[in-house]
Design a binder for this molecule. Structure first.
Ligand code: FAD
Length: 470
């Protein structure tokens, strides 16, 4: 009998539910084909999210190879690829995979399940990417929560699943290596890898994920609650890209964090993991959220969508240093600090009155940790249209936020180097430089750095009226 393990956003050997079930079900004379489908429709060539994912895939393939297990890469149309697999291997009887919660992935999983089940192939699909599944935490009357706090109370009280080790290398005699099957895929992956703008060499892989988290727990977790809001202090775990590509299991993250000492940093960190589950639950029960405001009251907002403003925002050229530094961090690295995600999302929606969906899509292209549920949740929170969102009248002031969270302008200096020669106070608000000061510093607004594209005070006033008139 032939079993097939289909990897997707679960690029790890350890604690991989579907993979373990596939391995454990192998009997004498059975064989297992491990595969990944390269889907051209999902390529975003040139974007950090794309380069990151394929770097992670390459690393995962190497890890499997170390255990003498081949990962076959399929190309072309997915349905055709699976149909041809069935023809080539008439004894293909079982398919294993971990379910994808997002819209596209869910549809893809359903269509393949229907196809294979109609061919009498058993499909074994596992929901395993969150600590608690959407339906595990509901109100006492069975209705899903909309507010985080009561959800979190229940979440915190529930026991968490264990994680498992398995010596995968002992199964290598059962795993197939079929060079013909992966020939086109190998060529394609090589092409994708050689066209990367960034290689992410030290930022991928299961070992890297575990080392990073262990280091964070040993050195930073204790002060997480104190430093997590300051982009320059770099007090967060940077585990999100490993989680979104499945290079580490969420169960392992939980256990590593719980193994450390118990303190406020640990408590706040675990709460962030609960937000991840919460947004996944909301997305599960409101799958239209990516195109529709969660809050019905705000479904017909008349966004202004000025294309020049949108370009300035994307390119980090708004004239608001903290916003520009954040957007340039995203464009250069594919990651952005949480406080800054909140700020740039607020700025786009509240200062520029640009539809949150445009911002959400832009993040989806760039983020190496893109996760549909958390991203949509974060955007709808900032736009005040989401569940348990910030009220519309709470509008971040980029300059005072910058004073609060990047007092000396240290973070701004990294990503907006043209401002580095200004004294700290002026780094936050270069538009307040007088003509004489500009001449003295040999720094000219409009030439070396843009004038602010809007006046925050006026924009705020307009937005409040705009929301009230809806
Ligand atoms: P840490 O502070 O170390 O947190 C640990 C983990 O907790 C994170 O890796 C993440 O899995 C989870 N977490 C933390 N904060 C949140 C949160 N607010 N919501 C959900 N989970 C959270 N996170 C993503 O993983 N993918 C996204 O696409 C994404 N888009 C966002 C968009 C906006 C507008 C906002 C405001 C937030 C978004 N977040 C997203 C949440 C958060 O910004 C990132 O999870 C965090 O910055 C990742 O860095 P870290 O791993 O160092 O986080």
């Amino acid at each position: 009998i032939t079993h097939v393990m289909w990897f997707r956003k679960d690029l790890r050997l350890e604690d991989n539910t579907a993979f373990y079930h596939a391995l454990e079900s192998l009997q004498k004379n059975d064989r297992l084909i491990c595969l990944f489908h390269l889907d051209q429709k999902q390529y975003k060539i040139g974007e950090p999210s794309h380069d990151y994912f394929f770097s992670a895939l390459e690393e995962f393939r190497k890890e499997l190879a170390k255990n003498k297990i081949a990962l076959h890469l399929l190309t072309g149309d997915l349905v055709e690829a699976f149909s041809s697999l069935k023809t080539q291997f008439p004894v293909f009887k079982h398919l294993y995979f971990n379910l994808d919660n997002s819209g596209f992935g869910q549809k893809r999983d359903l269509s393949i399940t229907h196809l294979l089940e109609s061919e009498h192939i058993s499909v074994h699909a596992f929901e395993e990417s969150h600590l608690h599944k959407a339906k595990d935490i509901l109100k006492n009357d069975g209705i899903p929560y909309q507010k985080f706090t009561p959800y979190y109370k229940k979440w915190a009280a529930l026991p968490k699943p264990a994680y498992r080790y398995l010596d995968v290398s002992s199964f290598s005699p059962y795993t197939a290596h079929l060079p013909e099957l992966t020939k086109d895929g190998d060529r394609e992956l090589n092409y994708l890898l050689s066209n990367r703008k960034k290689e992410f060499s030290n930022e991928v892989g299961e070992i890297q994920a575990t080392d990073r988290l262990n280091d964070f727990v040993a050195n930073k977790l204790e002060s997480y609650h104190l430093k997590r809001d300051f982009p320059f202090k770099d007090g967060t775990s940077h585990i999100s890209s490993f989680l979104s590509t499945g290079q580490i299991s969420i169960r392992k993250v939980w256990h590593i964090v719980m193994d450390g000492e118990s303190h406020q940093g640990q408590e706040i960190y675990l709460k962030e993991l609960a937000w991840r589950d919460f947004y996944q639950m909301i997305y599960h029960y409101h799958p239209n959220q990516y195109k529709e405001e969660f809050n019905e009251k705000y479904r017909s907002l008349n966004w202004k969508n000025n294309p020049e403003f949108f370009d300035a925002w994307k390119n980090g050229q708004t004239g608001f240093p903290i916003i520009d530094a954040a957007m340039r961090q995203l464009n250069e690295t594919g990651w952005m600090h949480n406080r800054l995600r909140m700020l740039v999302a607020s700025f786009l929606t509240k200062d520029l009155l640009i539809d949150w969906r445009l911002g959400e899509r832009y993040f989806a292209e760039k983020l190496i940790d893109y996760d549909a549920a958390s991203n949509i949740g974060g955007w709808q929170w900032a736009a005040s249209t989401g569940t348990d969102a910030v009220p519309y009248f709470r509008i971040f002031n980029p300059t005072t936020q910058s004073l609060k969270f990047d007092k000396e302008g240290d973070f701004i200096k990294i990503y907006v180097p043209e401002l580095a020669k200004l004294p700290s106070k002026l780094i936050r608000e270069p538009h307040s430089l007088s003509k004489e000061q500009q001449a003295e510093l040999n720094f000219y607004l409009g030439q070396d750095y843009p004038f602010p594209i809007v006046n925050h005070t006026l924009a705020r006033k307009e937005t409040l009226e705009w929301f009230q008139s809806q």
